[in-house]
Each structure stands twice: as C-alpha cells, then as structure tokens.
Design a protein around this ligand. Sequence first.
Ligand code: 2P0
Length: 335
Amino acid sequence: MNADIQRRRRAAADAVLGDRRSMPPRGDAEAFAPANIALVKYWGKRDAALNLPVTGSLSVSLGDAGTRTAIRPADRDSLRMNVNLIDPAAPAARRVSEFLDLVRPSSAAGFAVETVNSVPTAAGVASSASGFAALVRALDGLYGWDLNPAEMSVLARLGSGSACRSLWDGFVEWIPGTDSEGADSRGAPIDVRWPELRIGVWVLDDAPKAVASREGMRRTVETSPLYPAWPAVVARDLIEVRQAVAGRDLERLGRVAEGNALAMHATAIAARPSALYWRPESVAAMARITALRAGGMPVWFTLDAGPNLKLIFEAASGAALTREIPALRSLAPFG
Ligand code: 2P0
C-alpha cells in the first residue's frame, strides 16, 4: 500500500480514535457481528483509499449469521479463520494486518486474531462485512475504547465498505456522506422490525469468484458505459425501499431489490473487460424464481458479486419454497 494512501487511512482512523490510541490493552476480547445482504447495492467508490461510495446503499443484517472474532496482543500478527492458520502473505491476512496498522498503538507489536464464521464461507454470504465489523468490536473491547456504533462503523468501513452496515441488527442504510476524509460516511440503523422476513441463501457454485468485488467495482466505475446511469437508479430505489421497509411491504421490497441487483450486474457486465459474476446455473435459478412467482409464490432474488442467489420471502412461504429448492438455507434477520 503506498505511503500517501496509508497516511490518509491512518488519519481517518485517528479522527475517530483521538487520544484513545494511547490506551493499554486489557488482555483479550471477543465480539460478534452479523453478515448483511444489500437490498440496494453498494457498487462503486468515489475514493478507493477510504472505501467512500459513490452512492448510498441499504441492507438487512442476518441475525446470528455472521463472524465471531477473538483478539489478543501478540509478537506479530496472525490470523486464524475457522480454525485454519492463514499464511501471512495471503491476501486475507495482509488485508487484516493493513487494517490493524490503522489502529495499532505503538505499544502493540502484533495481534493474534481468530475468526469463526457461523455461516460457512462457501455458503456465499460475504464474510468481509461481518469480519471487519466484528474485528472493530473486538478491538473496542480489547482497549476499552467505548466507541459508539457510528464511530465503529466509520472504522469498519476502512476495512471493507459493506462492513460499515454490519454494526447494527435489522435494516441499515449506509449514508455516503460528503466529507472528503469520510467522517460522515457510515451506517445508520432503520427502526423497523420485520420478524417474518427471511433471506434464503441458494448456493449454486462455491468456487472462488473470478473477479474480486473490489476489482469488479473499479472496473465498472472506470470503464462501464452503463455506470453513469447507476447513481440515479440507486437514488430512486433507496426511496422506494425505505418506504417498503417502513410499510413491511414484501412485494414492493422484493421488486425493487431484484431490479436493483439486476441493474448493478448490468453495469458490471458492461465493464471492459466484463465483470460477469453469473454462471449458467445463476441464470437458470433466476428464471426458476420468476416462474415460481408467476405461479403465485411471493419470492424475489438478489445477487452480490458472485453466482449465488439470495432469496427474499416471508416465513409463511418457507416450507413450500424449501420443497421446491431443497438446497435453500433460510436465515431469519430478526431471530
Ligand atoms: C453490497 N457488495 O452492497 C455490494 C453488492 C457486493 C455487491 O459490498 O472494496 O467487500 O471492501 O469496500 O464491501 C462487496 O464489496 O468491498 C459489496 P470493499 P466490499 O453488499
């Protein structure tokens, strides 16, 4: 990472931590954060160093599906994910170390970090969002910083953009902010409970994705002839999803979320070279959901930067849907 980028990232972390940076660690700490699924997607950065988005986005957290992280001071950084020790040179370990550099007080040489995902990584639910949110919570506990969720959200965003939405349960909107250093770019919870809502994870292909989402976004912003249309799509969809959430209107929520995901993928597919995340199975699955809906089943889909579908439905349809799609794993965002 170049020195100027690192300096800006460290300054952004300083703005949150202030003189807490000199506090000593308490021994060890452990924390959990939920994964989240975007109903209106984050796709494109206005500042890649600070993970500042071009637009807002809106997600729902996945209840007890997420990441549990334990941390303690150590001689050097180490990362264990689901029991496996990760090579320090591997991208996941380097990304965690680079994040720890932002908050590392001079006294701490390193940290031993152990994470466990309660949904298998192969299940197609992003682990970087819950991972960085849980890491920030664990650091907050380790040092006794006593940051509020909004402050933790700003820090988590420096690890992974979508992590700033994983500091709350339920619906969360990422306010894109206007500050050049990102002080106001963070999650904000929406005070609506929707106990019947379900998110179904339908895994079609668990191979690593061909284009990392970070690279897919960059390519889309820089080269896709369709990207200029994206901010207006998001602005419109955010208004409608906020209303659908407030009214617990599944039909409206599903329609907008599905349309938003397809629009996101359209911008990515049109990038040069294309960031095409779909597999033939993804297209067949989308057709299947459309057919089920035509047959009267209230279910909609969304897809992230990968080939798997996430389904949006209510508990009342769960049994019938699982009969149709036995591989479906149903998650309850509100417990
Ligand atoms: C989202 N995605 O809103 C969108 C939809 C993927 C598709 O946020 O580079 O891992 O760390 O800021 O947060 C995945 O991107 O990217 C993502 P970085 P991140 O959930």
